[in-house]
Design a protein around this ligand. Structure first.
Ligand code: FUB
Length: 455
């Protein structure tokens, strides 16, 4: 097992050597899938599933044990918050695998994370904060059905009158009315007619529905986006005037592409634009020709026509979003706030600290997009921990761009023995992308917790 993990990491390290200007996929330090974005106050909370680095070869060979959280305030720099929930949070579910596509919704200041445990059913966790901690208030699955293996991929539509609906399923789409408490429901489990496979298998599914529904209400219209018939899956959608239907198929948001057996929509409006998240296998296929369920979340801007229908998008671009980024260099910035990373990983401090950047080897780098130097900085500070040591070089606008600072990291007495080191800075002003390029000898150089510039 250890060998497999090391090998997978080595491969990830190697294949991340792609364009320093790419923005898709948006997370490079882990394999992520099933994006579930939530806009809360001024922040995008992106809940994801995680494909383990050592998921074996073969289609459908998922290895998924926990759910992750990333946040962003500019859509291009994403902060890693690590694991937000795991299979262990559902004592009644299988514990070995099956942490599939979740969705988190906010209601009256509480956060409800609906999670499928594949083969055990759909559960719900509740927290007072979008960061968690999430707890299981029921101690059992939320939805009682006799088709437990099909009960995956929950999504919620909250109507203006306060009524919330939970939808889910593969290859059919079911729904129930949630009660006000958001952790119980009233009435029967209903199947959305015409969507998915009818019992006789003769009726064609005009919706091309497979799984991964993502429901929402916008300008008085109800939308149901979803992964279209496998495989490969595209992203399609239906619209309705009521959360209870009838739904009308409207076409593709993104056509299927043989590069990716799966896809899975998550859609938000944020700061005046609409964004659709999904995933591809780009990082996997840059490393190997073999299919592994090691997926990577991507994002694109999405537009509506005047009648509310959605304009079809091309396949995920490698460039991704070109939003400018919004980083204040004079505040403490977490090292795990990343627009693009080459080679390194993130981990949680087992001594009670937060997430930090680790497995930093010579030549690895982190890009942070849109750092606004309103004033010439006087110094650079980095919080690091190391037994080996190395140098953090800061370059402007590309990994080879002009050198802003060169900060030496010496042995701090241990991999979690955090110390703040500093260096002088060359003159800079205006808006720049920063590339933290790590240099040193062989092996893991140091761990990197946070950075800031002194005014
Ligand atoms: O990620 C596991 C499963 O694959 C999800 O629940 C489905 O939507 C598909 O993405």
């Amino acid at each position: 097992m250890k060998n497999l993990i090391t090998k997978s990491w080595f491969v990830l390290h190697f294949f991340c050597s792609i364009s320093a200007f790419a923005q898709n996929p948006i997370i490079q330090t882990k394999f992520t899938a099933d994006p579930a974005p939530l806009v809360y106050k001024d922040t995008v909370f992106l809940y994801t599933t995680r494909d383990e680095d050592n998921a074996g070869p073969g289609m459908g060979k998922f290895l998924m044990k926990d759910w992750l959280l990333y946040t962003s305030v500019d859509m291009v720099n994403w902060t890693d918050h690590g694991v937000v929930a795991t299979l262990k949070d559902f004592k009644w579910g299988r514990q070995d695998n099956g942490a599939w596509a979740p969705q988190c919704v906010e209601q009256d200041g509480k956060f409800y994370l609906y999670c499928p445990v594949q083969g055990s059913g759909i559960g719900v966790l509740v927290a007072d904060s979008p960061y968690g901690p999430f707890k299981d208030p029921l101690g059992k699955r939320l939805i009682e059905t006799d088709h437990i293996w099909n009960d995956i991929d929950p999504t919620v539509i909250k109507d203006d009158n306060g009524q919330a609906y939970l939808y889910w399923g593969n290859p059919n789409l079911w729904y129930v009315k949630l009660n006000k408490d958001m952790v119980s429901y009233s009435g029967e489990v209903m199947k959305v007619p015409g969507v998915g496979k009818e019992k006789d298998q003769k009726t064609p599914d005009v919706f091309h529905y497979q799984e991964g529904p993502w429901g929402y209400k916008r300008n008085g219209l109800y939308y149901m986006a979803y992964a279209s018939t496998c495989c490969p899956e595209g992203m399609a959608y239906a619209m309705s005037k009521s959360p209870e239907g009838p739904w009308e198929y409207k076409g593709y948001i993104m056509k299927p592409n043989k590069k990716s057996s799966g896809n899975h929509p998550g859609i938000i409006d944020y700061k005046g634009k609409t964004y659709v998240f999904g995933f591809n296998y780009r990082l996997n296929f840059m490393a190997t020709e073999t299919h592994h369920e090691r997926r990577s979340i991507c994002v694109a801007e999405m537009s509506y026509n005047p009648d509310g229908t959605i304009q079809e998008l091309p396949w995920w671009s490698e460039e991704g979003l070109q939003e400018p980024g919004n980083i204040n260099p004079y505040a403490i910035n977490q090292a795990e706030t990343i627009a693009w990373a080459q080679g390194l990983k993130t981990a949680k401090d087992s001594m009670g600290g937060g997430i930090y950047v680790t497995r930093v080897n010579s030549g690895d780098y982190i890009k942070v997009k849109g750092v606004n130097f309103a004033k010439n900085p006087k110094s650079f500070q980095a919080n690091v921990a190391s037994s080996l040591g190395g140098t953090i070089e800061i370059h402007l606008d590309s990994p080879e761009g002009s050198l802003l600072a060169s900060c030496v990291v010496k042995n701090t007495g241990g991999a979690l023995n955090w110390k703040t080191v500093s260096s002088k800075v060359n003159k800079v002003n205006g808006n720049h992308d920063l590339y933290f390029v790590f240099k040193g000898g062989q092996g893991d150089l140091f761990n990197f917790n946070w950075w800031k510039f002194g005014k």
